[in-house]
Ligand binder design. Sequence first.
Ligand code: KG4
Ligand code: ZN
Length: 341
Amino acid sequence: MSLVLGIESSCDETGVALWDKHQGLIAHRLYSQVKTHQRYGGVVPELASRDHIQRLPRLCQDALDEADCSAENLDAIAYTAGPGLIGALMVGASFACALAYTLKRPALPIHHMEAHLLAPLMENPELKPPFVALLVSGGHSLLVRVEAIGKYHILGQSLDDAVGEAFDKTARLLNLPYPGGPALAQLAEQGDPKRFEFPRPLLDRADCDMSFSGLKTHVRRVIETNPGESHAPDIAAGFQEAVVDVLVSKAQQALRKTELQDLVVSGGVGANRRLRTRLNQTLQQNGQRAFWPAPEYCTDNGAMIAYAGFVRLGDAPANGRPVIQSRARWPLSELKPPGST
Ligand code: KG4
Ligand code: ZN
């Protein structure tokens, strides 16, 4: 029997979940700090840390109650060790390690982007590497060749803003509330994506690198020449279509280069409906397959941390003593396959 508690606290969502070897996800709790940060138009790191520590004990208890088990039933505690906001990470790491120490169970430090990358496997156990992963979140835009779990080769990345960051900054230019990505996507549904012309950065290059900051600058110019709220849906739709074009094209490029057939998409922007529709259509036409987590597991959550912890049970230190680990920056390519550290 293996029961893993997962704790996510890298940014503004407090996520807690339980993954069981036989039953899969048996409890899932998420507290979003949106209301705390909304009035500031973005995440305030200090407030995020304070809120995580307020929420974690209750969320853990609720998750254990939901699964009808007690803390003594846990076999390991997995927590997000990075990358992310350092204060927020340290709260989750300290909480997880204190619990692990008390229960005499191992604490497993999890890479947040590896957890995003593995999330589609929770519901698709038949999916096996090698495959290509498109990871699109608030802090990262990565195309990764996944040779095996823990063996990651970066094929391309954003040279400037992450794609979620571009969504958020563009949403702010359009006076949309935080969190900007979902608000912009919703507004775009009422807009005409062809009304304004938007660039498709780096599509003339044969590599898998991306760039999104120019798009945001272009939005600013379009707003200046077309002031007024009535243009906002068309601007949002035009921006979103340009981003989706770039992601679809670069994902295809990665599949071509690696000669692989399967694409895994995850991270907050993976919840975007237009991206899901366009990528599914394109890959289907080419006889390739796209795998996505359900939208609630694309954005930050504890389930992906519990699952990654289960996958990495072999990394538990032999002496069992938890060591608090937190890294604001942590390249995905530094990871090793489970059991080899
Ligand atoms: O993975 P995530 O929850 O947190 C990070 O690891 O960064 O991703 C958050 C990002 C934010 O930039 C948010 O605006 C964006 O994902 N996002 C979306 C959508 N839902 C979340 N962007 C576009 N369309 C969406 N539906
Ligand atoms: Zn994330």
